[in-house]
Ligand binder design. Structure first.
Ligand SMILES: Cc1ncc(COP(=O)(O)O)c(C=O)c1O
Length: 433
């Protein structure tokens, strides 16, 4: 039951933020402190964080906090003065990308980064048509809301954004498999480019999250992305990789999710984990794109990439390296994945387990053959786990995909707590049926 303190806070919140300001869980949480992979509520109860990717190197990491506080107590201006932090961070960041992606621009949010990427893409191509998937979320500005086929009214109203079916191998288009499936989804890109042309709208490019994280962390059919981008480039468009959610080594094998494919984007957008909770985001792109855009439009972001933000960004990179967190994503990721697959063997409800380093999705279905989405069960599992002190969430067109995406220092001992809680929640549901 929601406590008296929380009820009163919720009522006050509704009065000043409105009824539609989204909250997690049937019984919203009042979190007051975070440490590593743990969150603590107002009553001192501890929760294992298996959801938040913003505190990428762990909640309130001391090295990040120290870097922030040291720079904040020295100077915080903006990028219109020379400052070593800004240049050094841009150098360190771009060094983690392929050689062609050699310049950076800083913003405060992933939405701003995508907005800027759209402006660049439209500037260099002279077009306006953008392709996304049919269950996408890329942020909240007006232009970016047009890309939000998952949740945004603006996406329905626009003519300059068209969508392709999510490249899903679980609910595979036409029952195809392997390369044929990848090719079929890539052909949808070709068809939408033609549809833009028929509509008199010049094509500008495609914008995709390489992990298809909001779409449900898809198992992407082989060859899809490479073929899709080939169609895009043939039509004069650019490929924007939205790494806002997927980036900074979550897959373990690569620093950037697009590096799992055999294709390099023209523009990449970054955010969420970049500042470990501090508002730091940005765009990394081909130098010719950034130079051409900059020559035609002045871009200044008052807070984006200020010396404090860049100190924080560098501290995040330090921790990723010093604590070997990409390797941890591979090792602990494999451990979690094995446990999740054991649960799949035990519970019919788990139709598919998908994993990519420290990122996991469980697609719940009431019938494995018919793949009937088990949306209500997903809701129950998420809320049961919350009561058990484990925080996860759910996503997907049918709201039936459990999304597990813990901070990167997540270890096997934390995984054991997660797996035991999932086991208990699934067995409760099984008993009820
Ligand atoms: C893939 C992706 N892109 C962009 C954004 C927008 O980022 P922000 O909320 O920082 O504006 C989000 C946020 O959820 C996201 O998931």
């Amino acid at each position: 039951m929601i406590s008296g303190t929380n009820t009163s806070l919720l009522q006050r919140r509704h009065k000043v933020l409105g009824q539609h300001s989204p909250l997690f869980y049937d019984e919203p949480l009042n979190i007051v402190r975070g440490e590593n992979v743990w969150l603590f509520d107002v009553d001192g109860k501890r929760y294992l964080d298996v959801y938040n990717n913003v505190p990428h190197v762990g909640h309130s990491h001391p090295h990040v906090v120290e870097a922030l506080s040291l720079q904040a107590s020295t100077l915080c201006t903006h990028t219109r003065y020379l400052h070593d932090n800004v240049v050094r961070y841009a150098e360190r960041l771009t060094a983690t990308f392929d050689d062609s992606l050699s310049m950076a621009m800083f913003t405060c949010t992933g939405s701003e980064a995508n907005e800027l990427a759209l402006r660049m893409a439209r500037h260099v191509t002279g077009g306006s048509g953008i392709i996304v998937t049919d269950f996408a979320y890329h942020g909240n500005t007006e232009a970016v809301a047009e890309l939000g086929t998952a949740f945004m009214a603006e996406a329905k109203a626009t003519r300059r954004v068209r969508s392709i079916p999510i490249p899903d191998s679980y609910r595979a288009m036409g029952g195809l498999t392997g390369e044929a499936l990848g090719e079929a989804y890539a052909n949808c890109v070709k068809n939408e480019i033609a549809a833009f042309e028929a509509d008199g709208i010049k094509f500008a490019g495609i914008l995709l999250c390489p992990d298809f994280a909001n779409e449900g962390l898809l198992n992407v059919p082989s060859g899809f992305l490479e073929k899709a981008v080939a169609h895009v480039r043939e039509a004069g468009g650019v490929f924007i990789a939205d790494e806002v959610q997927a980036g900074f080594g979550r897959s373990g094998r690569h620093m950037w999710a697009h590096q799992q494919y055999n294709v390099t984007p023209d523009i990449v957008t970054l955010g969420k984990p970049m500042g470990n909770g501090h508002p730091l985001a940005g765009v990394v792109a081909r130098a010719d794109i950034i130079e051409s855009f900059g020559a035609s439009s002045m871009y200044f972001n008052t807070f984006g990439g200020n010396p404090v933000s860049c100190a924080v960004g560098m501290a995040v990179l330090d921790v990723l390296e010093q604590e070997n967190l990409l390797q941890n994503a591979i090792d602990t990721g494999a451990y979690v994945s094995k446990g999740l697959r054991a649960l799949q063997n035990k519970y019919e409800l788990i139709g598919e387990v998908r994993d990519l380093g420290m990122f996991f999705a469980l697609e719940l279905v009431s019938d494995r053959i018919l793949k009937e989405p088990a949306s209500e069960a997903s809701h129950k599992i998420v809320n049961t786990l919350r009561r058990e002190g484990v925080l996860i969430s759910k996503i997907g067109r049918y709201d039936n995909i459990l999304k597990l995406r813990p901070p990167m220092p997540f270890k096997p001992e934390h995984a054991d707590i997660l797996l035991a809680a999932l086991d208990k929640a699934f067995s409760q549901i099984q008993e009820e049926q």
